[in-house]
Design a protein around this ligand. Structure first.
Ligand SMILES: Cc1cc2nc3c(=O)[nH]c(=O)nc-3n(C[C@H](O)[C@H](O)[C@H](O)COP(=O)(O)OP(=O)(O)OC[C@H]3O[C@@H](n4cnc5c(N)ncnc54)[C@H](O)[C@@H]3O)c2cc1C
Length: 388
Protein backbone atom coordinates (compact mmCIF):
# COMPACT_ATOMS: atom_id res chain seq x y z
CA UNK A 1 0.00 0.00 0.00
CA UNK A 2 1.34 3.47 -0.93
CA UNK A 3 2.15 5.93 1.87
CA UNK A 4 -0.37 8.42 0.44
CA UNK A 5 -3.30 8.48 -1.95
CA UNK A 6 -2.01 11.75 -3.40
CA UNK A 7 1.33 13.56 -3.10
CA UNK A 8 1.12 17.21 -4.14
CA UNK A 9 4.46 18.74 -5.09
CA UNK A 10 4.36 22.54 -4.72
CA UNK A 11 2.16 24.56 -2.35
CA UNK A 12 1.47 27.60 -4.56
CA UNK A 13 -2.04 28.59 -5.67
CA UNK A 14 -2.78 25.35 -7.56
CA UNK A 15 -1.11 22.89 -5.16
CA UNK A 16 -2.59 24.46 -2.02
CA UNK A 17 -6.12 24.45 -3.48
CA UNK A 18 -5.75 20.79 -4.52
CA UNK A 19 -4.51 19.88 -1.01
CA UNK A 20 -7.42 21.72 0.61
CA UNK A 21 -10.00 19.97 -1.60
CA UNK A 22 -8.54 16.45 -1.39
CA UNK A 23 -7.88 16.75 2.35
CA UNK A 24 -11.45 17.84 2.95
CA UNK A 25 -12.67 14.89 0.88
CA UNK A 26 -10.90 12.56 3.34
CA UNK A 27 -8.09 11.29 1.11
CA UNK A 28 -4.61 10.56 2.48
CA UNK A 29 -2.68 13.51 1.12
CA UNK A 30 0.75 15.10 1.58
CA UNK A 31 1.71 18.60 0.44
CA UNK A 32 5.41 19.14 -0.18
CA UNK A 33 7.12 22.53 -0.58
CA UNK A 34 10.55 23.74 0.55
CA UNK A 35 9.14 27.08 1.76
CA UNK A 36 7.29 26.91 5.09
CA UNK A 37 6.12 30.52 4.73
CA UNK A 38 5.15 32.13 1.43
CA UNK A 39 7.70 34.82 0.58
CA UNK A 40 6.72 38.16 -0.95
CA UNK A 41 6.61 37.87 -4.74
CA UNK A 42 5.13 39.86 -7.60
CA UNK A 43 2.50 37.53 -9.08
CA UNK A 44 -1.30 37.50 -9.36
CA UNK A 45 -2.67 40.35 -7.21
CA UNK A 46 -6.41 40.21 -7.76
CA UNK A 47 -9.23 37.69 -7.87
CA UNK A 48 -11.40 38.22 -10.93
CA UNK A 49 -14.43 36.31 -12.27
CA UNK A 50 -12.58 33.12 -13.25
CA UNK A 51 -10.73 32.86 -9.91
CA UNK A 52 -13.95 33.50 -8.04
CA UNK A 53 -15.83 30.82 -10.05
CA UNK A 54 -13.16 28.17 -9.42
CA UNK A 55 -13.00 28.96 -5.69
CA UNK A 56 -16.80 28.86 -5.46
CA UNK A 57 -16.93 25.41 -7.10
CA UNK A 58 -14.16 24.30 -4.73
CA UNK A 59 -16.30 25.44 -1.75
CA UNK A 60 -13.61 27.88 -0.59
CA UNK A 61 -14.71 31.25 -1.92
CA UNK A 62 -15.78 32.75 1.40
CA UNK A 63 -12.68 31.56 3.26
CA UNK A 64 -10.32 33.01 0.66
CA UNK A 65 -12.08 36.09 -0.73
CA UNK A 66 -12.90 37.33 2.77
CA UNK A 67 -9.19 37.99 3.27
CA UNK A 68 -8.84 40.21 0.19
CA UNK A 69 -9.90 43.82 -0.38
CA UNK A 70 -13.29 43.84 -2.11
CA UNK A 71 -14.32 46.40 -4.73
CA UNK A 72 -17.51 46.44 -6.78
CA UNK A 73 -17.04 49.00 -9.55
CA UNK A 74 -14.21 49.28 -12.05
CA UNK A 75 -13.67 52.33 -14.20
CA UNK A 76 -12.63 51.36 -17.73
CA UNK A 77 -10.77 53.83 -19.95
CA UNK A 78 -10.07 53.26 -23.64
CA UNK A 79 -8.29 55.54 -26.12
CA UNK A 80 -7.65 57.93 -23.24
CA UNK A 81 -11.34 58.33 -22.28
CA UNK A 82 -13.40 57.00 -19.41
CA UNK A 83 -15.98 54.82 -21.18
CA UNK A 84 -17.48 52.56 -18.56
CA UNK A 85 -18.10 52.23 -14.85
CA UNK A 86 -18.41 48.46 -14.82
CA UNK A 87 -20.28 46.93 -11.89
CA UNK A 88 -18.13 43.90 -11.04
CA UNK A 89 -16.90 42.40 -7.80
CA UNK A 90 -13.20 41.61 -7.52
CA UNK A 91 -10.71 41.28 -4.64
CA UNK A 92 -7.23 42.82 -4.35
CA UNK A 93 -4.57 40.55 -2.83
CA UNK A 94 -0.88 40.30 -2.27
CA UNK A 95 0.10 36.90 -3.85
CA UNK A 96 1.71 35.74 -0.60
CA UNK A 97 -1.53 36.62 1.21
CA UNK A 98 -3.58 34.65 -1.34
CA UNK A 99 -1.40 31.52 -1.15
CA UNK A 100 -1.22 31.77 2.66
CA UNK A 101 -5.04 31.90 2.79
CA UNK A 102 -5.23 28.83 0.54
CA UNK A 103 -2.65 26.98 2.66
CA UNK A 104 -4.59 27.86 5.82
CA UNK A 105 -7.66 26.14 4.39
CA UNK A 106 -5.75 22.84 4.06
CA UNK A 107 -7.03 20.56 6.85
CA UNK A 108 -4.64 19.26 9.51
CA UNK A 109 -5.12 15.70 8.20
CA UNK A 110 -2.97 16.64 5.19
CA UNK A 111 0.67 15.95 6.00
CA UNK A 112 2.80 19.06 5.34
CA UNK A 113 6.37 18.24 4.34
CA UNK A 114 8.83 21.14 4.20
CA UNK A 115 11.34 19.85 1.67
CA UNK A 116 12.14 19.82 -2.02
CA UNK A 117 11.28 16.86 -4.24
CA UNK A 118 14.39 15.94 -6.22
CA UNK A 119 13.10 12.93 -8.17
CA UNK A 120 9.85 11.19 -9.06
CA UNK A 121 9.49 7.76 -10.63
CA UNK A 122 5.94 7.79 -12.02
CA UNK A 123 4.12 4.44 -12.17
CA UNK A 124 0.51 3.46 -12.70
CA UNK A 125 0.08 1.61 -9.37
CA UNK A 126 2.24 3.81 -7.09
CA UNK A 127 4.89 6.44 -7.83
CA UNK A 128 8.02 7.02 -5.74
CA UNK A 129 9.21 10.48 -4.67
CA UNK A 130 12.68 11.30 -3.34
CA UNK A 131 13.17 14.36 -1.15
CA UNK A 132 16.29 16.53 -0.84
CA UNK A 133 16.75 15.41 2.77
CA UNK A 134 16.99 11.83 1.51
CA UNK A 135 13.52 10.59 2.54
CA UNK A 136 11.55 8.50 0.01
CA UNK A 137 7.77 8.13 -0.08
CA UNK A 138 5.14 6.65 -2.36
CA UNK A 139 1.75 7.85 -3.60
CA UNK A 140 -0.98 6.52 -5.90
CA UNK A 141 -1.09 9.90 -7.67
CA UNK A 142 1.52 12.66 -7.89
CA UNK A 143 0.23 16.19 -8.62
CA UNK A 144 3.07 18.31 -9.99
CA UNK A 145 2.23 21.94 -9.11
CA UNK A 146 5.79 23.25 -9.24
CA UNK A 147 5.02 26.51 -11.02
CA UNK A 148 7.80 28.06 -13.11
CA UNK A 149 10.54 25.73 -11.83
CA UNK A 150 11.02 23.14 -14.60
CA UNK A 151 13.86 21.04 -13.05
CA UNK A 152 11.73 18.22 -11.68
CA UNK A 153 9.60 17.84 -14.82
CA UNK A 154 12.75 17.91 -16.96
CA UNK A 155 14.33 15.17 -14.84
CA UNK A 156 11.42 12.96 -15.99
CA UNK A 157 11.97 13.68 -19.69
CA UNK A 158 9.43 16.49 -20.05
CA UNK A 159 10.52 19.77 -21.63
CA UNK A 160 9.27 23.34 -21.89
CA UNK A 161 8.28 24.69 -25.30
CA UNK A 162 8.55 28.46 -25.59
CA UNK A 163 5.46 29.75 -27.40
CA UNK A 164 6.38 33.43 -27.18
CA UNK A 165 9.71 34.61 -25.73
CA UNK A 166 9.78 37.94 -23.84
CA UNK A 167 6.05 38.20 -24.41
CA UNK A 168 5.47 41.10 -22.01
CA UNK A 169 6.86 42.91 -19.00
CA UNK A 170 4.77 43.39 -15.85
CA UNK A 171 5.55 46.19 -13.43
CA UNK A 172 3.96 46.35 -9.97
CA UNK A 173 4.09 49.21 -7.46
CA UNK A 174 2.12 50.96 -4.69
CA UNK A 175 0.59 54.35 -5.46
CA UNK A 176 -1.13 57.19 -3.62
CA UNK A 177 -2.82 60.36 -4.88
CA UNK A 178 -1.00 63.61 -4.21
CA UNK A 179 -2.90 66.28 -2.30
CA UNK A 180 -6.04 64.13 -1.81
CA UNK A 181 -6.99 61.36 0.58
CA UNK A 182 -8.13 58.96 -2.16
CA UNK A 183 -8.58 58.46 -5.88
CA UNK A 184 -12.05 59.12 -7.38
CA UNK A 185 -12.39 55.43 -8.32
CA UNK A 186 -12.24 52.17 -6.37
CA UNK A 187 -10.46 50.49 -9.26
CA UNK A 188 -9.38 51.62 -12.73
CA UNK A 189 -8.30 49.74 -15.85
CA UNK A 190 -6.78 52.14 -18.37
CA UNK A 191 -5.82 50.69 -21.77
CA UNK A 192 -2.89 51.95 -23.85
CA UNK A 193 -3.79 55.03 -25.90
CA UNK A 194 -1.75 54.32 -29.03
CA UNK A 195 0.24 51.33 -30.40
CA UNK A 196 3.46 53.37 -30.46
CA UNK A 197 3.35 53.51 -26.64
CA UNK A 198 3.61 49.67 -26.42
CA UNK A 199 1.32 49.57 -23.36
CA UNK A 200 -1.40 46.98 -22.83
CA UNK A 201 -2.95 48.65 -19.79
CA UNK A 202 -2.38 49.97 -16.29
CA UNK A 203 -4.70 48.93 -13.50
CA UNK A 204 -5.20 50.51 -10.05
CA UNK A 205 -6.97 48.53 -7.30
CA UNK A 206 -7.12 48.40 -3.51
CA UNK A 207 -4.94 45.91 -1.61
CA UNK A 208 -5.08 45.82 2.19
CA UNK A 209 -4.57 49.45 3.30
CA UNK A 210 -3.23 50.94 0.07
CA UNK A 211 -3.67 51.17 -3.70
CA UNK A 212 -1.68 48.88 -5.94
CA UNK A 213 -0.89 49.45 -9.61
CA UNK A 214 0.08 46.90 -12.26
CA UNK A 215 1.43 48.23 -15.56
CA UNK A 216 1.83 45.83 -18.51
CA UNK A 217 4.07 46.79 -21.42
CA UNK A 218 5.39 45.06 -24.52
CA UNK A 219 9.05 46.02 -24.65
CA UNK A 220 12.42 44.40 -25.07
CA UNK A 221 14.31 43.79 -21.80
CA UNK A 222 16.96 46.32 -22.95
CA UNK A 223 14.47 49.00 -24.02
CA UNK A 224 15.73 52.44 -22.83
CA UNK A 225 12.20 53.29 -21.61
CA UNK A 226 12.63 50.68 -18.84
CA UNK A 227 15.75 52.53 -17.65
CA UNK A 228 13.79 55.78 -17.73
CA UNK A 229 11.05 54.07 -15.70
CA UNK A 230 13.57 52.98 -13.05
CA UNK A 231 14.93 56.53 -12.73
CA UNK A 232 11.64 58.45 -12.82
CA UNK A 233 8.61 56.14 -12.92
CA UNK A 234 5.90 58.82 -12.77
CA UNK A 235 7.43 60.71 -15.73
CA UNK A 236 7.91 57.48 -17.68
CA UNK A 237 4.24 56.56 -17.15
CA UNK A 238 3.17 60.02 -18.28
CA UNK A 239 5.20 59.58 -21.46
CA UNK A 240 3.36 56.40 -22.52
CA UNK A 241 -0.08 57.17 -21.01
CA UNK A 242 -0.35 60.92 -21.62
CA UNK A 243 -4.04 61.30 -20.65
CA UNK A 244 -3.98 59.03 -17.58
CA UNK A 245 -3.59 61.96 -15.18
CA UNK A 246 -7.05 63.24 -16.24
CA UNK A 247 -8.56 60.30 -14.33
CA UNK A 248 -5.99 59.78 -11.60
CA UNK A 249 -4.85 63.34 -10.89
CA UNK A 250 -1.27 63.62 -9.65
CA UNK A 251 0.02 60.48 -7.92
CA UNK A 252 3.22 59.28 -6.34
CA UNK A 253 4.87 55.87 -6.24
CA UNK A 254 5.49 54.62 -2.73
CA UNK A 255 7.87 51.69 -3.18
CA UNK A 256 10.51 50.35 -5.56
CA UNK A 257 8.61 49.00 -8.58
CA UNK A 258 9.05 45.31 -9.35
CA UNK A 259 9.53 44.30 -13.00
CA UNK A 260 8.91 40.79 -14.33
CA UNK A 261 9.52 39.84 -17.97
CA UNK A 262 7.36 36.86 -18.94
CA UNK A 263 7.66 34.16 -21.61
CA UNK A 264 4.69 32.04 -22.68
CA UNK A 265 5.57 28.35 -22.28
CA UNK A 266 3.94 24.92 -22.48
CA UNK A 267 5.24 21.66 -21.03
CA UNK A 268 5.49 18.76 -23.48
CA UNK A 269 5.91 15.02 -22.86
CA UNK A 270 3.07 14.82 -20.33
CA UNK A 271 2.10 11.20 -21.03
CA UNK A 272 3.14 9.69 -17.69
CA UNK A 273 1.08 7.24 -15.63
CA UNK A 274 0.18 8.19 -12.05
CA UNK A 275 1.24 11.82 -12.45
CA UNK A 276 -0.53 15.01 -13.50
CA UNK A 277 0.69 18.60 -14.02
CA UNK A 278 -1.40 21.64 -13.05
CA UNK A 279 -1.07 25.44 -13.16
CA UNK A 280 2.14 27.04 -14.44
CA UNK A 281 3.83 23.63 -14.45
CA UNK A 282 1.42 22.68 -17.27
CA UNK A 283 1.50 26.01 -19.17
CA UNK A 284 1.93 29.68 -18.40
CA UNK A 285 -0.24 32.70 -19.18
CA UNK A 286 0.67 36.30 -19.87
CA UNK A 287 -0.10 38.44 -16.75
CA UNK A 288 -1.89 40.86 -19.11
CA UNK A 289 -4.63 38.23 -19.45
CA UNK A 290 -5.07 37.99 -15.66
CA UNK A 291 -5.65 34.25 -16.09
CA UNK A 292 -2.52 32.40 -14.85
CA UNK A 293 -3.65 31.86 -11.26
CA UNK A 294 -7.24 31.36 -12.44
CA UNK A 295 -5.99 28.57 -14.70
CA UNK A 296 -4.13 26.97 -11.76
CA UNK A 297 -7.30 27.14 -9.63
CA UNK A 298 -9.49 25.73 -12.43
CA UNK A 299 -6.98 22.88 -12.96
CA UNK A 300 -7.02 22.03 -9.25
CA UNK A 301 -10.81 22.26 -8.99
CA UNK A 302 -11.47 20.13 -12.10
CA UNK A 303 -8.86 17.55 -11.08
CA UNK A 304 -10.15 17.16 -7.53
CA UNK A 305 -13.89 17.35 -8.26
CA UNK A 306 -13.92 15.51 -11.57
CA UNK A 307 -11.13 12.92 -11.67
CA UNK A 308 -9.26 11.99 -8.48
CA UNK A 309 -12.20 10.32 -6.68
CA UNK A 310 -12.71 7.92 -9.61
CA UNK A 311 -9.00 7.30 -10.16
CA UNK A 312 -8.46 6.34 -6.52
CA UNK A 313 -11.08 3.59 -6.85
CA UNK A 314 -9.08 2.02 -9.70
CA UNK A 315 -6.13 -0.33 -9.23
CA UNK A 316 -3.99 1.76 -11.57
CA UNK A 317 -3.92 5.36 -12.87
CA UNK A 318 -2.74 5.05 -16.45
CA UNK A 319 -1.36 7.68 -18.83
CA UNK A 320 -4.70 7.45 -20.68
CA UNK A 321 -6.58 8.33 -17.45
CA UNK A 322 -4.34 11.36 -16.99
CA UNK A 323 -4.86 12.36 -20.64
CA UNK A 324 -8.59 12.41 -19.85
CA UNK A 325 -7.95 15.21 -17.34
CA UNK A 326 -5.91 17.20 -19.87
CA UNK A 327 -8.85 16.86 -22.30
CA UNK A 328 -11.50 17.90 -19.75
CA UNK A 329 -13.73 20.42 -21.58
CA UNK A 330 -13.67 23.00 -18.76
CA UNK A 331 -9.91 22.75 -18.41
CA UNK A 332 -9.43 22.99 -22.19
CA UNK A 333 -11.75 26.03 -22.33
CA UNK A 334 -9.83 27.68 -19.48
CA UNK A 335 -6.46 26.99 -21.15
CA UNK A 336 -7.66 28.17 -24.55
CA UNK A 337 -9.25 31.33 -23.16
CA UNK A 338 -6.04 32.15 -21.33
CA UNK A 339 -3.76 31.49 -24.31
CA UNK A 340 -6.00 33.32 -26.82
CA UNK A 341 -6.25 36.34 -24.52
CA UNK A 342 -2.49 36.29 -23.88
CA UNK A 343 -1.81 36.42 -27.63
CA UNK A 344 -4.65 38.68 -28.80
CA UNK A 345 -4.08 41.34 -26.11
CA UNK A 346 -0.61 41.93 -27.55
CA UNK A 347 -1.97 42.38 -31.06
CA UNK A 348 -4.74 44.64 -29.75
CA UNK A 349 -2.15 46.88 -28.12
CA UNK A 350 0.47 46.91 -30.88
CA UNK A 351 -1.06 46.34 -34.31
CA UNK A 352 -1.06 49.64 -36.24
CA UNK A 353 -3.19 48.45 -39.19
CA UNK A 354 -6.55 50.05 -39.97
CA UNK A 355 -8.37 46.79 -39.19
CA UNK A 356 -6.96 46.69 -35.63
CA UNK A 357 -7.55 50.41 -35.17
CA UNK A 358 -11.18 49.79 -36.17
CA UNK A 359 -11.35 46.88 -33.70
CA UNK A 360 -10.08 49.14 -30.90
CA UNK A 361 -12.88 51.59 -31.67
CA UNK A 362 -15.42 48.71 -31.73
CA UNK A 363 -14.31 47.82 -28.20
CA UNK A 364 -14.56 51.50 -27.26
CA UNK A 365 -18.13 51.60 -28.59
CA UNK A 366 -18.96 48.31 -26.82
CA UNK A 367 -17.85 49.74 -23.49
CA UNK A 368 -19.86 52.93 -24.03
CA UNK A 369 -22.93 50.87 -25.02
CA UNK A 370 -22.63 48.58 -21.97
CA UNK A 371 -22.29 51.61 -19.75
CA UNK A 372 -25.41 53.27 -21.18
CA UNK A 373 -27.40 50.04 -20.83
CA UNK A 374 -26.22 49.58 -17.24
CA UNK A 375 -27.23 53.11 -16.30
CA UNK A 376 -30.64 52.68 -18.01
CA UNK A 377 -31.25 49.45 -16.09
CA UNK A 378 -30.28 51.21 -12.86
CA UNK A 379 -31.74 54.72 -13.10
CA UNK A 380 -30.58 55.46 -9.55
CA UNK A 381 -27.12 54.03 -10.06
CA UNK A 382 -24.95 56.12 -7.73
CA UNK A 383 -22.37 56.76 -10.45
CA UNK A 384 -24.72 57.51 -13.37
CA UNK A 385 -23.51 57.05 -16.95
CA UNK A 386 -19.91 57.66 -17.90
CA UNK A 387 -19.19 61.03 -19.48
CA UNK A 388 -16.66 60.32 -22.14
C1 LIG B 1 4.20 39.53 -12.63
C2 LIG B 1 3.08 38.53 -12.68
C3 LIG B 1 1.77 38.98 -12.58
C4 LIG B 1 0.72 38.06 -12.64
N1 LIG B 1 -0.57 38.51 -12.57
C5 LIG B 1 -1.59 37.63 -12.63
C6 LIG B 1 -2.94 38.07 -12.55
O1 LIG B 1 -3.23 39.26 -12.46
N2 LIG B 1 -3.92 37.13 -12.57
C7 LIG B 1 -3.64 35.80 -12.66
O2 LIG B 1 -4.56 34.98 -12.65
N3 LIG B 1 -2.37 35.35 -12.76
C8 LIG B 1 -1.34 36.23 -12.74
N4 LIG B 1 -0.07 35.77 -12.82
C9 LIG B 1 0.20 34.33 -12.97
C10 LIG B 1 0.05 33.59 -11.64
O3 LIG B 1 0.71 34.25 -10.60
C11 LIG B 1 0.57 32.16 -11.80
O4 LIG B 1 0.00 31.59 -12.95
C12 LIG B 1 0.17 31.31 -10.60
O5 LIG B 1 0.69 31.90 -9.46
C13 LIG B 1 0.68 29.89 -10.78
O6 LIG B 1 0.40 29.13 -9.62
P1 LIG B 1 1.02 27.70 -9.46
O7 LIG B 1 0.39 27.09 -8.27
O8 LIG B 1 0.98 26.97 -10.75
O9 LIG B 1 2.58 27.95 -9.17
P2 LIG B 1 3.31 28.73 -7.97
O10 LIG B 1 2.38 29.59 -7.22
O11 LIG B 1 4.53 29.32 -8.57
O12 LIG B 1 3.74 27.57 -6.97
C14 LIG B 1 4.76 26.65 -7.25
C15 LIG B 1 5.27 26.07 -5.93
O13 LIG B 1 6.03 24.90 -6.22
C16 LIG B 1 7.11 24.84 -5.31
N5 LIG B 1 8.11 23.94 -5.90
C17 LIG B 1 8.76 24.11 -7.08
N6 LIG B 1 9.61 23.07 -7.28
C18 LIG B 1 9.44 22.23 -6.23
C19 LIG B 1 10.01 20.97 -5.88
N7 LIG B 1 10.95 20.37 -6.66
N8 LIG B 1 9.63 20.36 -4.72
C20 LIG B 1 8.68 20.95 -3.92
N9 LIG B 1 8.10 22.13 -4.22
C21 LIG B 1 8.49 22.76 -5.35
C22 LIG B 1 7.54 26.29 -5.16
O14 LIG B 1 8.26 26.48 -3.95
C23 LIG B 1 6.18 27.02 -5.18
O15 LIG B 1 5.70 27.20 -3.86
C24 LIG B 1 1.00 36.68 -12.78
C25 LIG B 1 2.34 36.23 -12.88
C26 LIG B 1 3.36 37.15 -12.83
C27 LIG B 1 4.79 36.66 -12.94
Amino acid sequence: MADFDVAIVGAGAGGALAAAMLGRAGHRVCLIDPAREVGSQFRCEKLEAAHIGALRRAGLLDAIAGQGERYDTIWIARQGHLVERRPRTEYGFDYAQLVTALRESVPATVERIVDQVTAVTPKADASTLTLAEGQALSARLVVLATGLQPALAESMGMSRRVVSANHSISIGFDVAPVGRARFDFDALTYFGEHPEHRVSYITFFPVQDHVRANLFVYRDRNDPWLGHFRRDPVAAIGEVLPRLHKLTGAFEILDTPRMRPVDLVDTVGLDKPGMVLIGDAFSTACPVSGTGAAKALVDAERLCNGFVPGWLKQREITAADVAGFYADPEKVASDQFSRNLSLSAKRLALEPSLAWEAYRWVRFAGSVGRNVLASLRQPHHPHGAARS
